[in-house]
Design a protein around this ligand. Structure first.
Ligand code: FES
Length: 165
């Protein structure tokens, strides 16, 4: 004798199976739809970061200020340490140079004896205002946008220096 399954029980099992299938499909489809429908955030430029206090600087004596900067990489927000060579040119005039040599990107340093920035990789030399004095560097040091807010030094985005012919 064959037992008949109760139609109400069958309907209940089918409803549960279809319901779970729908939930699993939604769990897989929603992240994909969000990925396709919402574009990644574009890297914001022009954000200002506090790098230090103007009282840390001596006139005509560059100081390397280290600061943290947050940037957006697709959907990720990355905080990274970077630095700037900051020069107080007298009064409220301040210049901030990106820390990479414009030849192949080595880190340069301030040489207080010669009063120049020197790159140890291929011996490029830059003046205190970032101009190329010697070596293979094709252009002056890149500069950050910089401004003062009270005594705080705020660093903006990098402005690439043009190639000098
Ligand atoms: S990287 Fe600085 S001189 Fe080559």
């Amino acid at each position: 004798m064959i037992q008949q399954t109760n139609p109400n029980r069958r309907t209940f099992y089918l409803t549960v199976i279809y319901g779970l299938s729908g939930l699993m499909s939604a769990a897989l489809a929603i992240p994909g739809a969000v990925y396709l429908l919402f574009p990644p955030r574009v890297k914001k430029s022009g954000d200002w970061v506090e790098a230090g206090d103007v009282s840390q600087l001596k006139d005509q004596e560059p100081s390397e200020l280290v600061f943290k900067r947050t940037r957006l990489d697709g959907w990720r927000s990355l905080t990274e340490k970077t630095s700037a060579w900051v020069v107080k040119e007298g009064g409220q005039q301040i210049a901030a140079f990106a820390p990479q040599c414009t030849h192949l990107g080595c880190a340069y340093h301030w040489d207080s004896g010669s009063k120049n920035f020197l790159c140890p990789c291929h011996t490029s030399a830059f003046s205190m205002d970032g101009k190329v004095l010697s070596g293979p560097a094709p252009r002056p040091l890149d500069q950050y946008e910089v401004k003062l807010q009270g005594t705080k030094i705020l660093i903006g985005s990098i402005k690439k220096a043009p190639v000098v012919s």
